[in-house]
Design a protein around this ligand. Structure first.
Ligand code: PMP
Length: 388
């Protein structure tokens, strides 16, 4: 009997549906801000990574339009062939200046930056130690690299150290990889302790600042600045698509490492260069991040106000957080979906995040600098009626 080789797809989809893990897209209309139009209805937006409200900022729009008019919509080639523009170098200088590193290199997304950096610097003879809650791009990079991989329990420095005592001598190079702000929990990695361990055991440390850049640190340089670790040797990766309001990713590090990545990172060499409008918008955003610390201050006022109001509602289980990402733990995927639906019906957009993305289901709330206090109060008024 002939077996249909594609029959498994329907069966797998049915399994996803049964577990209540099925996901689908929904269109957002207009320029997203503190409010957005979803399916024609205006809702308060607690689902965005646009922490500083820059994705709709006039200065980013103007920069992107001017870049299209000057350079066209696409960059037409990879950086090493015909895709490089002066604009890319300007952006790389702005990133290196914010991060206070020798140099930086811009990738077409944060995901590609992690894949490119990890697979370029470690391979079969090496060891990666990865936080259990790391973003998918770090995990995929680790697997693709071919290095031996140990996942350590979330932020558990003692277990990490123990693994290194047991294993370090068996490998050529060793790389520790971690999110700086954990994207689905909102807590921070123990950066100083990780750096101390990396130094003690001769390991490289790669920190993904996707949710830290623009948000943490006096100058918005991220978790590295927040913890006073600027200038210590490490590899900083990030995205231009969250607080920077654009698209793209980057690695900021020593001149030698960046030079090496330009020669060895496949996801940089063999892909089309970041488009002119994305590059110009990100550059405009870095200038705003540096020039307008008041945006960051407003973001943190909003975060602290929301945290204070949520803590007054003991029925809500807020996961420990030190970032604009606030997660409310719910007992099941079904409960999280019901809560997200209740919120939506009351005019609030905050997604349910379920396995396999996270181990336990939750509502994920992202605070923006541009939220008004009344919008935060409305969120809390609706949350009061949600049973955890
Ligand atoms: N790292 C982390 C921690 C992220 O949250 C994300 C985006 N979800 C990425 C990397 C990937 O960035 P990008 O969206 O630019 O590919």
């Amino acid at each position: 009997m002939k077996i249909n080789p594609y029959a498994w797809i329907e069966a797998s989809l049915a399994t996803i549906h049964r577990a209540n893990w099925y996901r689908s897209v929904q269109a957002i209309h207009g320029i997203p801000g503190a409010t957005v139009l979803v399916a024609g209805v205006e809702v308060i937006n607690f689902a965005s990574n646009d922490y500083l409200g820059l994705a709709g900022d006039e200065r980013l729009l103007t920069a992107a339009i001017a870049a299209i008019q000057e350079f066209g919509t696409g960059s037409t080639g990879s950086r090493l062939v015909s895709g490089h523009r002066e604009l890319h170098s300007e952006l790389e200088k702005a990133i290196a200046s914010t991060k206070q590193t020798d140099d930086a290199v811009v990738f077409s997304s944060g995901y590609l930056a992690n894949l490119g950096a990890i697979t370029a610097i470690v391979g079969k003879r090496d060891l990666i130690l990865s936080d259990q809650y790391n973003h998918s791009s770090l995990k995929s990079g680790a697997i693709l690299s071919g290095a031996a991989l140990i996942e350590y329990p979330h932020c558990d420095v003692a277990v990490l150290r123990e693994n290194l005592i047991q294993q370090r001598q068996n490998y050529r190079r060793c790389l520790i990889i971690t999110d700086s702000v954990f994207s689905m929990d909102g807590d921070l990695c123990p950066l100083s302790a990780l750096l101390d361990i990396a130094e003690k055991f001769s390991c490289m440390l790669l920190v993904d600042e996707a949710h830290g850049t623009g948000v943490l640190g006096k100058n918005g340089a991220g978790c590295v600045e927040h913890f006073g670790c600027t200038g210590r040797e490490l590899i900083q990766v990030g995205t231009l698509s969250k607080a920077l309001g654009s698209l793209g990713g980057y690695v900021a590090a020593s001149a030698a490492l960046i030079d090496f990545l330009r020669n060895r990172a496949s996801s940089w060499i063999y892909t089309t260069a970041l488009s002119p409008p994305d590059t110009a918008a990100a550059l405009a955003a870095f200038k705003i991040v540096q020039a307008e610390p008041q945006r960051r201050a407003q973001l943190w006022r909003n975060v602290n106000y929301l945290k204070k109001l949520i803590k007054e509602l003991p029925q809500l289980k807020l996961l420990p957080t030190e970032s604009p990402i606030l997660c409310l733990q719910l007992p099941s995927a079904t409960a999280a979906l019901t809560a997200a639906k209740q919120l939506r019906e009351a005019g609030i957009f905050a997604p349910a995040i379920r396995p396999p993305t996270v181990p336990t289901s939750r509502i994920r709330i992202s605070v923006m600098a541009t939220h008004e206090l009344g919008q935060i109060e409305k969120l809390v008024a609706v949350l009061k009626n949600i049973s955890a």
